[in-house]
Design a protein around this ligand. Structure first.
Ligand code: MN3
Length: 213
């Protein structure tokens, strides 16, 4: 996200109720207008106080240990939710296209196995956070991870960087109105609105044009 602050709330690419019955309209409305907006408002407020910021949030995340936790939570909250809205679609493409399709077959044998593994990791995650499918920038292998709070894979320093392709919001605010404490039912349902065309495009973009942040 290579824009300068102040950051703006990105337009939701579909109406609040477009992902029903898998994600209900009231949850989407509160999630977007209250939670995402809340992170964004606090992010912009915090950025005003800081000097010498990097050019992008991704660069900031890679150096997040040098910044206050308040910035970590709100910058992560803004980036993660923007990424999440774009991953979902009321008319999703249900199958990945190559080269992601081939990568999934190489690393998980089938798409079903890949989804099962992400769901298992997501279901086992303790407390608030996110589940991710990532690409290893050097090997192009696919990896699955979960992060706490509003952290994302950019924030964990590694020799080989992993770049998110798909993220699932595991906070209770993402599902509690409809699914109550049944987080596994929410995780099972969300695959109905995950757009594999978007995930496939992200994979291809990293192969063709590795990000320079
Ligand atoms: Mn959320």
């Amino acid at each position: 996200m290579a824009t300068k602050p102040p950051y703006l709330l990105p337009k939701l690419p579909y109406p609040y109720d477009a992902l029903e019955p898998y994600i209900d309209g009231e949850t989407m409305r509160i999630h977007y207008t209250k939670h995402h907006q809340g992170y964004l408002t606090k992010l912009n407020y915090t950025l005003k106080e800081l000097q010498n910021l990097p050019d992008s949030l991704e660069e900031l995340f890679q150096n997040i240990v040098y910044y206050p936790a308040f910035l970590r939570n709100n910058a992560g909250g803004h980036w993660n939710h923007t990424f999440f809205w774009e991953t979902l679609s009321p008319k999703p493409t249900k199958e990945p296209t190559s080269p992601l399709k081939k990568a999934i077959e190489r690393d998980f044998k089938t798409l079903g196995n890949c989804i099962h593994e992400i769901s298992t990791r997501a279901g086992a995650h303790f407390g608030a956070g996110w589940a991710w499918l990532c690409i290893n920038e050097k090997s192009h292998h696919l990896t699955i991870t979960t992060t706490q709070n509003q952290d994302n894979p950019f924030m964990y320093e590694k020799v080989e960087r992993t770049i998110p392709l798909l993220g699932i919001d595991l906070w209770e605010h993402a599902y509690y109105l409809k699914y109550k404490n049944q987080r596994k039912d929410y995780i099972a349902a969300i695959w109905n609105v995950i757009d594999w065309a978007t995930v496939s495009r992200r994979y291809q973009e990293v192969l063709e044009n590795p990000p320079d942040y």
